[in-house]
Design a protein around this ligand. Sequence first.
Ligand code: USQ
Length: 416
Amino acid sequence: MKVIVTGIDGYSGWPLALHLLARGHEVVGVDNFVTRRRVKEVGSWSATPIPSFPARQKAVKEILGKEIGFYRGSVCDYQFVHNLLEQEKPDSIVHLAEQRSAPYSMIDVHHAVTTQVENLTGTLNLLYAIRDTCPRAHLVKMGTMGEYGTPNTDIPEGMFEMEYHGRKDYLPFPRQAGSWYHWSKVFDSGDVMYASKIFGIAATDVMQGVIYGIRTQEISDRRLLTRFDFDETWGTALNRFIAQAVLGLPITAYGKGEQRRGFIALEDSMQSLRLAVENPAQPGEYRVFNQFDAAYSVNELAETTARVAKEFHLSPVIEHPPDPRVEAEQHYYNPIHEHLPKLGYHRTRDLEEVIREIFHDLIHYRRRLEARRYVVQPTVQWRSVDSRPAIDGRVPHAHPPASPVPGEPASEGPSA
Ligand code: USQ
């Protein structure tokens, strides 16, 4: 199949491209390298050094013997998206090119607006361009488990049968997102569902859990590594905990630490996305996959990280800073995930084994972590700027200049 991956330069986009190529699919990537710029904006960088995109393409050619097509541009530019789809006529489009950080969306009004305008614009552009240039293409849209929030009931896969005042219907399950970012995904879901109805587009909305991990089967060589973020804005919970343990910083399990979320290893997230691509929705069908392996509390992940850290002769400390987010710190959580197993999905990665793998790589790149250690601990507050406590006497988001790492460029450098 010919698959367009928007956001190919990102944490999931890059390993997805490698995963699909290794299984015989043709991959065309799209990116405007905004994540590289925005990670730099918050004073951070990827723990793994990321080559320029042409260098990535060269490495894929040399190591995997495969070509990756590439277009540099923004999905927010309709003419760009239209021309791309008209030119390539893909079988599938996996849309990952969105602002993906909840903390980034909560920095201030500008970050909130940017997140929602960009995420909704990109999705609408793709929906119209599919209608006008390749109406039979299947859209696999990256959503998030965070759309549902943490209701005191089981969470179905997108839709559920409900009864009210004696009448029944099959409707979208109520959404209760927990950041402007997560709300942008809720609004996206509504747009994809509606476009499937009025334009007849085949669509899979993937409610993705929190991804953890650094490697997949295809990442056999350091030149093929994906990015790995560990700062407070771009890093996700488990990945951050491991970086904190390597740096000797407290592992920050926010609040009571009993927040539960669905988690999935990078490798298995790629498997799930491939299964969605290889088993497309029907024209006009809007289907939802809850994509995660197991639900863990933040405390369980912090404790597992601390246990494994000791194998690497580290001395981890778990702390419970006040939760900077507005979220339930103790709650019921039972999402259903049956659609992907029906397509043949099975978990391949064990949690502790992946944690060990991440420790191994991060210890190798320890100097890169050290050079950005001041952006790891939390500063962005969900409620208001005025209530933000200074962390270690530091004003939130006023970062000192980055320390140089011998032999490394000062930033991730140009992307192309
Ligand atoms: N958390 C901590 N300590 C930390 C970081 C996070 O306790 O140092 C807690 C958060 O309070 C939250 C949970 O861990 O309760 C998950 O936070 P996260 O930053 O790992 O994940 P989140 O902000 O929800 O977003 C991430 C990705 C996003 C994706 C989402 C899937 O950034 O792109 O959509 O995971 S989900 O969480 O299922 O919505």
